[in-house]
Design a protein around this ligand. Structure first.
Ligand code: IVH
Length: 669
């Protein structure tokens, strides 16, 4: 077979597997086999770039950089929907429709996805271009980024139209969003405030490989073409599903054809109640007249179609008094303004505090102390302030001036150009930064030091016993016993915990050091590549960026860390104390290939520790999955597994095995 033919064959096969996996949720080959095919294609394309297609499945992993997004005119203007907030308005809409068209009217009810609108052009079955809404007439070409979204087909199948646009919403699924924020927290980076804005920021990033890593998704909700050969909107969506698009499914009740106003109200009521359980955010329901002829008869107003309307949920929003804005100092020195609120009930919890993120956010909303503010809670974890009730603002109120000096140590704050966050630069003399770093160091995923908690760290700091992580390993029983509430037994536990932590492998020690931008995954990558701390410490930015997935920002942060004299002294002391500063080759040795290409998810309580199990999975060639999905090959099921996880595994038909069965399987029983 010629290279050209092989490239075409691989492309066909990989497209098919992508579709089975992402759209149908029913993969037919293992992740490993998939990766091998993809790798072969990547290598062939590199060798024979003349045969590489712009819609190759290799585009999914990103890598194309867009320096400037070109402006493109929409073939069909991107209109918006008229909004309504009450059922009366929906009734009025239905009345209007009835007057303007003859006969029975069928409606389609859909979710109103809260993301970023996108328009994608396909010609002759090929993805041509993806453009943002912009001003509705023209938008920005974000093709390279949208190609990384796995549920968007690059090549169509079946009996597609030769030339059409499809519109949809790019969303940030809550799982992926919360995971991204967890990683950012662990890496000492400021958190993103909500999935929609983050989706919108992500789709305009220059580096498409970053976009690929974030896990965006896309729901398609409308077909546009000169001539549409289907009777109605519902039928059109069913048809494009056959062309390879992921469309909302009737069986999930994400879309429903109804024949009466009662049918519409039932759909609204259902989702008003159940939207909390959706894996992504919606902000309402969209109601569309189904029949295309009737749509034509109804036509458009200047801004929106007369055949559709959005019903917006009243966001769970309350108003409350903002007593005071205080400022928190994180372990990296980042300053986060916090609104201290009069406690108020919201979506099932009592909210007392809300993050104000940064100075820009305060300025944008002009938030002041003693203001009455509106607080909302979406699917994400942190409640947010969305506005101010100006009618209740006290007469003598003054604009908020962001602090200029660290509220704890008094050092003048800095703010780098282009950065939203203020920082306290006094990293080795500012208590919350020091204590924060020690807390990070002892964390479960890092050094996992038994017997040492947040309170004790504060006590040790206040007593002048511990000023950095190296001091921990100099602690003695005599140091500890005089501390308040420190019994001999707990002191011994603590020392024992420190002793045990000397066995923690290098990649976790590296993560524990708390280098900015070095989270769990990056630490693993660096450890694997550089093998020991000395190699890493002497690497310059150029060397670091050669490592897979290490960009300039991370590289600079690593270099800065090791350039700091104080950090080097701490590492020397930790080395002397006996911590692991090189990878244990044995640890990374492959014991078997029994689990080659398999993704295993662990859930529940086991005899062995979860870390031991994870290590075993890797040693036998498997991959540890973070959550149950179509990608999971099997579930290692312990006691007390959560019911929702169980239900998900059952729904996806994922085989489950016990700890014993697992150990037997890998021959470690
Ligand atoms: S239909 C002309 N359907 O809501 C009608 N829009 O103002 C085109 N949206 O930014 C829109 N979910 O991106 C339609 N199921 C859905 C939708 C939806 C979300 C967004 C759309 C637009 C806004 C409408």
């Amino acid at each position: 077979m010629s290279p050209k033919e092989r490239i075409e064959q691989l492309t066909r096969e990989l497209n098919e597997h992508n579709y089975n996996y992402y759209v149908l949720n029913a993969p037919v080959i293992s992740d490993y086999d998939f990766d091998m095919l993809l790798k072969e294609l990547q290598e062939l394309e590199e060798k024979y770039p003349e045969y590489a297609s712009p819609n190759s499945p290799t585009k999914r992993v990103g890598g194309d950089i867009t320096k400037k997004f070109e402006t493109v005119k929409h073939r069909f203007p991107m209109l918006s929907l008229s909004n309504s907030y009450s059922k009366e308005e929906i009734e009025e809409f239905a009345e209007r429709v009835k007057k303007l068209v003859d006969g029975e009217v069928e409606y389609v009810c859909e979710l109103k996805y809260d993301g970023v609108a996108i328009s994608i052009t396909y010609q002759n079955g090929e993805f041509v271009r993806a453009v943002t809404r912009g001003d509705g007439v023209q938008g920005e070409d974000v093709t390279a980024n949208v190609k990384t979204i796995r549920t968007v087909p690059l090549k169509l199948r079946g009996d597609y139209l030769p030339d059409f646009d499809v519109r949809g919403e790019i969303i940030f699924p809550l799982d992926a969003f919360n995971r991204l924020n967890e990683e950012r927290e662990e890496a000492g980076e400021p958190l993103f405030s909500n999935p929609r804005n983050t989706a919108s920021g992500t789709i305009k990033m220059q580096d498409s490989s970053v976009v690929a890593s974030r896990g965006l998704d896309c729901f398609l909700y409308q077909l546009y073409a000169d001539k549409i050969p289907f009777e109605g909107h519902f039928e059109a969506l069913q048809a494009i599903a056959k062309w390879g698009f992921k469309v909302p499914k009737a069986e999930d009740n994400y879309i429903k054809k109804v024949h009466s106003i009662e049918g519409i109200m039932d759909f609204i009521d259902y989702w008003d109640k159940h939207r909390e359980n959706l894996p992504f955010e919606i902000d309402g329901i969209v109601i569309k007249v189904n029949n295309f002829h009737k749509q034509e008869e109804l036509g458009f107003t200047a801004k929106s179609p007369r055949w559709a309307i959005a019903y917006k949920f009243k966001a769970e929003r309350v108003s409350t008094l903002l007593h005071k804005i205080t400022y928190q100092v994180g372990r990296t020195g980042a300053i986060t303004p916090v609104a201290n609120l009069e406690p108020v009930q919201l979506a099932g919890t009592i909210v007392k505090r809300a993050s104000l993120h940064n100075a820009d956010q305060i300025e944008k909303l002009d938030i002041r102390e003693r203001d009455t503010v509106f607080v909302e809670k979406g699917g994400e974890i942190i409640p947010k302030i969305v506005g101010v009730d100006l009618s209740k603002r006290p007469k003598d109120s003054k604009p908020t001036h962001f602090i200029e000096y660290c509220p704890v140590c008094g050092t003048k704050l800095i703010r780098d150009e282009g950065e939203a966050q203020h920082y306290c630069p006094n990293s080795n003399g500012c208590k919350p930064q020091i204590v924060g770093r020690i807390e990070h160091f002892i964390g479960r995923k890092m050094m996992n030091i038994d017997g040492l908690g947040v309170e004790t760290v504060n006590q040790l700091y206040d007593a002048g016993l511990v000023k950095n992580v190296a001091d921990l390993y100099d602690l003695t029983l005599e140091d500890l016993l005089p501390l308040e509430r420190m019994a001999e037994k707990s002191a011994q536990n603590l020392l024992q915990g420190l002793e045990e932590s000397k066995k923690v492998p290098f990649e976790r020690v590296l993560f524990a050091l708390g280098i900015r931008h070095v989270g769990e995954t990056v630490a693993k990558k660096l450890a694997k590549h550089f093998k020991n701390i000395d190699n890493l410490a002497s690497a310059d930015v150029e060397t670091l960026v050669q490592v897979d997935e290490i960009g300039e920002v991370i590289a600079k942060s690593v270099v800065d860390f090791f350039n700091d004299e104080e950090n080097r002294i701490i590492i020397e002391r930790l080395k002397k104390a006996g911590l692991q500063f090189s990878i244990n080759e044995e640890d990374h040795q492959q014991k078997s290939t029994v689990l080659e290409g398999k993704t295993v998810v662990i859930s529940g309580v086991f005899n062995k520790s979860r870390n031991e199990l994870k290590k075993l999975i890797e040693e036998h060639g498997g991959k540890n999955g973070s959550s149950i999905s179509g990608k999971t090959d099997f579930l290692l099921r312990g006691d007390k597994m959560g019911p929702s996880k169980l239900a998900k595994a059952e729904k996806l038909d994922i085989p489950m095995i016990s700890e014993d069965e697992f150990l037997e399987m890998i021959g470690e029983k």
